[in-house]
Write a protein of this length. Structure first.
Length: 133
């Protein structure tokens, strides 16, 4: 029910039901978090990130990765301004957001609900996959 600060190398980090802030960093392993409600600060190098935001997720959040996939699932009740930027990667979604490519850089922005909070996603050589539950 509280906050969590997690770190690892060459192994999986898995969290579920974090109600406070989630801070996680990893190298060469998956970071997986399900039903996260607080702000997130997640970084991964040479590993994937799978994040499912809880129904009442809130706060200013940041995700950064290199050489992997960032898979984000938003609740239908989310109130975020989502922004993404990837260098030498791509942004994929079925949501009606505008993806802009300029050379090796792709950017996108999308507003969920009121846009009360923000989630900034950045990456190098990553695929950013965005969906809504």
């Amino acid at each position: 029910n509280g906050s969590a600060k997690l770190g690892n190398t060459y192994a999986v980090i898995s969290a579920q039901g974090i109600r406070g802030q989630l801070t996680a960093s990893n190298k060469f392993g998956l970071i997986s978090a399900d039903e996260v409600s607080g702000p997130v600060n997640v970084a991964n190098q040479n590993g994937n990130i799978k994040l499912v935001l809880g129904e009442n997720a809130a706060g200013t959040s940041k995700i950064n990765a290199s050489y992997g996939t960032i898979d984000l699932v938003f609740s239908p009740n989310s109130d975020y301004v989502f922004s993404a930027k990837t260098v030498n990667g791509n942004i994929r979604t079925v949501l009606p957001l505008r993806i802009v490519r300029d050379g090796l850089v792709e950017t996108a922005e999308y507003r969920f609900g009121s846009g009360r909070d923000s989630l900034a996603v950045t990456g190098n050589n990553v695929a950013i996959i965005l969906s809504q539950d």
